[in-house]
Design a protein around this ligand. Structure first.
Ligand code: GLC
Length: 492
């Protein structure tokens, strides 16, 4: 090392930098990588800690922000959007209804035949992935693509589905982005989230855009309800269980909706609905609090994202981002502590290359040699033959990131329960409450889901936990939109 330093002094400034870099690299190669990686893991663990006291602060902050967002437009980072959904399905609904569910990398079209108290007689759906270029292109391209798929799907309708004579088909449109709703069947896009970015659409009526595309594609159908996926999930959940009053999505993005008393919405200036209630789309993904345990990885991911400074809570807890956070930590370990040997694997530099389903598979690997982890590292990052010690580190990082996300999501749910007075006794008893859950992260990432549920129990305590149920409302958002189209049918 002395030799390098002497040489550098002789050959000038630029070379000093190069030599310094060489020294750093030299030191790293000679140190035990696992010791350094251990330090990085320890530091990450420390910064991601979510003790119950912190979670309680976060839940309280969520409750405070909910009040503020309901009080006035722009009163909080939480939009607390009025949905115009003041009646949820009752099982009186009859007939065939369609839904179109757009909000992630895939979209779905579905139809249901509703048979009153007997429930859903038939349902059929088709799922189509959205070409990435359409997520950032022109609005017409995206909406034409959707409307064309809808047209194909309608053409495949058979006689099981019975449209009453003289009636027009009706559709519930699940559009899972923040929308300022103007009525049950219209609303303007506030901003994009989850990697979508079609500037021209912001401020435009989403249903009007869809209608234009439907006209262009020759689709004759009425859009009777425009809903967020959380609202659809709430409606779908309520159809099956009358105690459902909250819905949470944990998928590509994350959000929650719940049933609020109209009186508790000071910014609502319309006539109070007959039910006295209104569903609120919280857009909780945009929640932010000084109590959130943010790390350097979160901050840089946010700064480099399409929506810096926004959706901070979503970036900590949802499926779009967990895998990317893992990549960022591994990249630092590769760079600073030679986790994968002398070279930083080039693939590891690609943003979003590690997707959350992959992270989930590695996290759940129970084989003694962590075979799945080895395979994923090889297949996705092109890192062959990783030693077991390296694989163990990867699993540890998965665990830290997923645990933090799941615990923070549980704190958010506690915040809602507090807001609606369901976090303890009410009038001498503990009322039952059911939370409809949907989204791939919740459905498929078992460790995340278990951790969320355990944390919620821990937060509300055993007694209340017996009265708070989380149910997977699979497909809820799409079916719920069809149900809401039925509740808000033009023929009622
Ligand atoms: C994002 C959207 C929100 C949606 C959620 C889950 O947070 O802004 O509207 O409900 O993702 O899909």
């Amino acid at each position: 090392m002395g030799k390098v330093t002497v040489g550098a002094a002789v050959i000038g400034g630029a070379a000093v930098c190069a030599a310094a870099a060489y020294i750093v690299r030299f030191r790293m190669r000679n140190s035990d990588p696992y010791v350094k990686c251990g330090d990085i893991v320890k530091e990450l663990e420390e910064k991601c800690r979510t003790p119950v006291s912190k979670l309680r602060h976060i839940a309280d902050a969520m409750t405070v922000e909910m009040h503020a967002g309901l009080a006035s437009e722009g009163g909080s980072k939480l939009k607390m959007l009025i949905t115009y959904v003041d009646n949820l399905p009752t099982r009186d609904e009859q007939g065939v209804y369609y839904a179109l569910d757009l909000g992630g990398t895939n979209f779905r079209v579905l139809r249901v035949q509703l048979a009153g108290k007997s429930g859903i007689e038939y349902k059929e759906f088709a799922e189509v992935s959205i070409p990435p270029e359409l997520m950032v292109g022109a609005p017409e391209a995206l909406f034409d693509y959707i409307a064309a798929e809808l047209a194909k799907f309608i053409a495949s309708e058979n006689e099981k589905f019975r449209l009453l004579p003289g009636r027009q088909r009706e559709l519930g449109f699940t559009f899972s982005f923040p929308v300022l709703q103007l009525s049950i069947d219209s609303g303007t896009l506030i901003r994009w989230t989850k990697g979508f970015s079609i500037g021209e659409m912001v401020g435009k009526d989403v249903v009007a855009e869809l209608r234009k595309a439907m006209d262009r594609q020759g689709v004759d159908m009425r859009v009777s309800a425009l809903v967020n996926d959380t609202v659809g999930t709430l409606a779908g959940g309520r159809y099956d269980n009358k105690d459902v009053a909250v819905a949470v999505i944990l998928g590509t993005g994350s959000n929650a909706a719940y049933v609020e008393r109209a009186q508790a919405i000071p910014k609502w200036h319309g006539p109070h609905p007959k039910s006295g209630e209104m569903v609120i789309n919280m857009e909780w993904g945009n929640f932010k609090s000084s109590h959130l345990p943010l790390t350097e990885y979160d901050n840089t991911m946010d700064a480099e994202s399409l929506n810096p400074g926004e959706q901070i809570y979503e970036k900590l807890i949802s499926g779009m981002y967990l895998g990317e956070l893992l990549r960022r930590v591994l990249y630092r370990m590769a760079n600073e502590a030679a986790l994968f040997g002398d070279m930083v694997p080039p693939k590891l530099k690609t943003q979003f290359i590690l997707r959350t389903p992959e992270m989930c598979a590695m996290h759940h690997d129970t084989s003694p040699d962590l075979k799945v982890v080895g395979e994923k590292l090889k297949d996705i990052l092109e890192i062959p033959n990783t030693p077991l010690s390296t694989r163990k580190i990867v699993v540890e990082v998965c665990n830290i990131i997923a645990t933090r996300g799941a615990r923070l999501a549980a704190a958010g749910i506690l915040g809602i329960l507090k807001k609606i007075g369901r976090d303890g006794f009410r009038d001498g008893a503990i009322p039952e409450i059911v939370i409809a859950m949907d989204g791939g992260l919740y459905e498929h990432y078992t460790k995340y889901r278990n951790c969320l549920e355990k944390t919620l129990e821990e937060l509300v305590g055993d007694k209340v936990a017996n009265h708070v149920k989380l149910i997977l409302s699979n497909d809820g958002s799409g079916i719920g939109a069809a149900l809401l189209a039925a509740c808000h049918s033009q023929y009622i």
